[in-house]
Design a protein around this ligand. Sequence first.
Ligand SMILES: Nc1ncnc2c1ncn2[C@@H]1O[C@H](COP(=O)(O)OP(=O)(O)OP(=O)(O)O)[C@@H](O)[C@H]1O
Ligand SMILES: [Mg+2]
Length: 289
Amino acid sequence: MDQAVTLRTIAEKGGDFMEETSSTRVIAVSSGKGGVGKTNSVVNLAIAFAKMGKRVLLLDADLGLGNLDVLLGLAPKYNMGHLLRGERTINEVLVKGPEGILILPASSGIQELTNLGPEERLSLSSHLENLQHEIDIMIIDTGAGISSNVLFFNMAAQEIVVVVTPEPTSITDAYALMKVLLQKHGERRFKLLVNTVKSRKEALEVYRKISLAAERFLNISVDYLGCVMHDENVPKSVVQQKAVMELYPDSKASVCYKEIAGTICDLPMRPTLKGGLQFFWRQILNRNI
Ligand SMILES: Nc1ncnc2c1ncn2[C@@H]1O[C@H](COP(=O)(O)OP(=O)(O)OP(=O)(O)O)[C@@H](O)[C@H]1O
Ligand SMILES: [Mg+2]
């Protein structure tokens, strides 16, 4: 697939993007425990959004095991490291996936963001902020756990989606992630996506357990975003390096992804400081962790 994606340049915009209000929704997808279905959720939700006519950008921010590209059978030549070192342009680094979704393969480049000088930060920031005109929804696959990077990407996003399965360890680790985000960063808004369930009833039971504990011990309320059924077509698609939404669009899991995408689109945009791509990139570039 062609690696280069055509995006308009800052010059074409007249460079006044800093003054404009962003309408890009930025969603971080995280989990306490690994292997619960984050990457599959990110990819399939992205395709569901794209089928709804949204322009989607996926950021692979999983430092350890970033694999959005593997899951989609893509072989990106470059990643954000090349962009940061000025070796490639954003157009060269972005990869086009199914339904026109854009992927920024960032896994091995993210660490370098902390080492940029002020001028590099400014130039990169302008470059990246320009994307807000091209993108309706950005979804970040943060990786699992409570490392500073995972926490950081969650803090920079408008919506935090926590993926959990009915396994007790997944439930306790999801709770632990929310607790750390609250205690270290004052984050109080979480949306739960319950994956690999046998029934909606089972999903609601998982949600009930987590939300009761969160209310009682953390004094925060967790929203129920939806559930994804256990579906053998998901691992089957993974083996073929395609998204289940592509190969089996009417499969149980695909129907759930479409439903969740619809729910997210109906959420009001949060008119807070954490709005849009501008805030996101400024946080990334100003961070000190
Ligand atoms: N709804 C589902 N039904 C059946 N299997 C699923 C479902 N969702 C995910 N899986 C399977 O679970 C495994 C892990 O999925 P995935 O890679 O998306 O998890 P992850 O949370 O991104 O993992 P990691 O923390 O390692 O990045 C995959 O093999 C996938 O096929
Ligand atoms: Mg993953």
